[in-house]
Design a protein around this ligand. Structure first.
Ligand SMILES: [Zn+2]
Length: 427
């Protein structure tokens, strides 16, 4: 991975205007109309690496707010089944065979797929996140790696997870961090949920949980606790601006009011919710109530890819099915996929502006599918596909250029070999 100190992107189109964009270190330092920019800025001593971006659009890179990265290894392993049969009969038995090498290979494959489809950050929830962490760092992405906690874990294992969280030392650049990820209210009891929240708040970490995903979860919560899952978590003092709640499909108006007032970020996962037949999240209502809503793919075995561009289109179309043609316009869904996620993680990123972190994409505009260009954002959300992404930059580093990512063939080969072993063991 190249790490030049100064990159100059020349003649890219930003919201329809040709610009030159300078990256110094990990920040976007200057954006000027094309041709008006000196090659070397007055306050910079280094000669830049130049990228000729003629015919390409600049867009902010994607922030995927709910993922189980290592599950790329189970892509297509079991489909078209009811949720519990899918989990208990197929996914969990296969995952039970996972060792460190599975985590490494699965996370590497996920990082590769995310880079190729323009994602630079993912909010993860899985096992062995300490094994995943060096892989993500080496691949150059950002991540919050959620250390999973469930009530049925053996006590020793659970304490090892808390030890990991207590002793994690954040790296200087903060690019990859751990977070606290109690799986859901139906797998984690009230005491453990409270402990997760207090650990996260003491350590300055984010919280990540599945919430109100299915109708069954809501019905069980009403029976057991006499209130909805959102009200239950609020009663425990769990909800706050540091919480990312995934799915949030089955919620009342009062739930939405609570989520908005607590500053919770909802990670909307439309493809996964459709594939597992969980339902349609009331995204338009949440946005109108002032909720923070970001976008996510969920893991690969319920989507079945990590393509955030595709997820934008699915989110926009699904919102229109339930809330009318004006719901979730292109600009709004692009905001959800980029800036909303970055802001939830406390990053000054997710938009192409001077002073922001240099997380950006160069997207080709020379294909029939994106011709003509009346509105670049409309083309990006509704007409394009992620194979038009030419260049991906994260934290000022070029992760992909000309669609080439270092080590791609080896990563795919390793994943194929491990998947073949999973198939032999499981069938
Ligand atoms: Zn999930």
């Amino acid at each position: 991975m190249a790490e030049p100190k100064h990159i100059l992107i020349r003649n890219a189109s930003l919201e329809g205007q040709p610009v030159d964009l300078h990256i110094e270190g990990n920040l976007i330092s200057r954006i000027v109309p094309h041709g008006k920019s000196p090659l070397i800025l007055p306050d910079s001593s280094s000669k830049p690496l130049c990228i000729d971006a003629e015919g390409m659009h600049l867009f902010p890179a994607f922030y995927n707010m709910h993922n189980h990265a290592a599950m790329t290894l189970l892509r297509g392993f079991a489909d078209d089944l009811p949720l519990m049969e899918w989990l208990e009969g197929h996914i969990w038995p296969a995952e039970a065979t996972f060792g460190d090498e599975h985590i490494r290979a699965g996370v590497k494959l996920a990082c590769l797929e995310m880079i190729k489809s323009g994602t630079v950050f993912f909010n993860d929830m899985y096992w062995k996140e300490d094994v995943a962490l060096p892989v993500v760092r080496a691949m150059g992405l950002r991540a919050a790696l959620g250390v999973s906690l469930i009530g049925s874990q053996p006590a020793g294992e659970r304490e090892r997870s808390f030890d990991l969280l207590e002793h994690f030392e954040p790296q200087e650049d903060g690019r990859v961090a751990l977070s606290v990820a109690p799986h859901a209210i139906y797998t984690v009891g009230p005491d453990l949920l409270r402990r997760c929240a207090s650990t996260a708040r003491r350590r300055g970490m984010k919280l990540h949980i599945h919430l109100a995903e299915t109708r069954g979860e809501v019905e069980d919560c009403l029976k057991e606790h006499g209130c909805t899952p959102v009200a239950y978590l609020d009663r425990l003092g769990f909800l706050g601006g540091d919480v990312v709640a995934a799915h949030v499909v089955h919620v009342t108006d009062e739930d939405i009011r609570i989520l908005a007032s607590r500053g919770v970020t909802v990670a909307h996962c439309p493809a996964s919710n459709m594939k597992l037949s969980s339902g349609i999240a009331p995204v338009q209502k949440m946005l109108e109530a002032g909720c923070r809503v970001a976008l996510a793919t969920d893991g690969c075995s319920s989507n079945n890819n990590l393509d955030m561009r595709e997820e934008m289109k699915i989110a926009a179309l699904l919102a229109k099915v339930s809330s009318g043609p004006q719901a979730l316009p292109a600009g709004r869904v692009l905001h959800m996929a980029t800036r909303a996620g970055a802001e939830a993680m406390g990053l000054n990123a997710g938009r192409i502006e001077e002073g922001c972190l240099a997380d950006l994409l160069l997207v080709r505009a020379d294909e029939a599918a994106v011709t003509p260009v009346f509105n670049p954002c409309s083309n990006w959300v509704y007409a394009a596909n992620s194979s038009l992404i030419d260049t991906v930059i994260c934290d000022g580093n070029i992760l992909m250029q000309g669609r080439r990512v270092e080590g791609e063939a080896e990563i795919r080969e390793e994943a194929r070999e491990i998947a073949a072993r999973i198939a032999r063991l499981s069938r």
